[in-house]
Design a protein around this ligand. Sequence first.
Ligand SMILES: N=CN[C@@H](CCC(=O)O)C(=O)O
Ligand SMILES: [Zn+2]
Length: 431
Amino acid sequence: MSARLLITNARQIVQITESADIRFLKGIDADRIKILEDNDARLALLISDGIIADLGLFKEVKERNDLSDVEIIDAQKGVILPGLVDAHSHPVFAGDRVHEFAMKLAGATYLEVQAAGGGIHFTTSATRAATENDLYQDFKKIANQMLASGTTTLEAKSGYGLETSTEMKMLKVLERVNREGPLEISGTFCGAHAVPRGTDEHTQTHLIAGEMLDLIRKCKENGELKCVENIDVFCEKGNFNVENTERILLAGAKMGLKGNFHAEELSCLHSAEMGARLQVQAMSHLEEISDDGIKQMAQSGSVAVLLPSTAFLLRLTPPPARKMINEGVIVALGSDFNPNAWCPAMAAIMHMACVTMRLSLAEALSAATINSAHSIGRGATHGSLHKGRVGDLLILKVPKWEHLIYRFAAHNTIISHVVKRGNIVYKNENV
Ligand SMILES: N=CN[C@@H](CCC(=O)O)C(=O)O
Ligand SMILES: [Zn+2]
């Protein structure tokens, strides 16, 4: 643990935004990221008590600051990049669904598997049977893999309990991992991830908007569930319709939870229009969004969280990302890490977003840093490198930042250090 950390000999510092006060990048700005560059690799960045204190040419940083008693990392002519922010994940669950992957490859659709009692229902049975400690141990491993892949902040959902006690068990695991750190978690209550067997959508909506949210409110008030910030619903055929989704989002909003829900993934229900009307913070998936939905999201400022690994493995037509960007929607990226889509690495997600959704390299990086930070209410503090912002960053042993996206599934040969709030939380001597 060091109070002050200095990174020296960097060739690039990828700041992302032009100034510290910018909270997101949209339209053509998402393609114009700010980079400090020095071919002689004389750039430096200083973090003090977890916050960026200064950055620029080492000579100038040295003139402006007392550099005695600092821990030093030599970037060895590499790149400094903001810590990645993963805007969508379901990382607390028991077991896996490798058998369903085979079924889907053989032609079964996501909703067919779910209707036959698999999918979310399969994972729900396993998660209900698991102890809190089992779930904690499993998530801790995943959290460490995410950190080693460069993710320093994560949106993470409950949603494999679908009844009060297991949903609370999952939220407590998120709270514990967030408290322990170093991975920072924006927790999301997703009791409306599916309608569990043995009940119906109406009864489940009532349970979520009543008993479950009451208990979460009490736990937030007494400080037991501080990390829970958002509320989510899987708005989809066979799950929750638009009307019930709105009821649940409004019930959550009453206690301060930000709407951040699954919209228009497999069918166009016009839930994006509803989400825009409520001015929710974010909506995810959006493969089937209508032109009107895009227009209304651009107006409301709700962030579109795109999930390339899911569209890829379910062989869905990717969402109209270019159209969204061109029309001024704020676009973010998430791993959607879950037992259906087992990819913890945002570098791979950015690569897929570029290839399958036609984002430029810079748009993908904006989407996985400042815009994903904004999707969880952290656009003012996370996702860009400026004085006064949190000291979350990666050091890459490459001459240009683009290698992180270009070298597919090779991030572990590039990332040498991950720093969270000024502490080195991952170090790879082999790169
Ligand atoms: N679509 C709903 N939720 C997740 C999948 C969860 C699961 O299949 O376990 C998603 O975002 O892809
Ligand atoms: Zn999801």
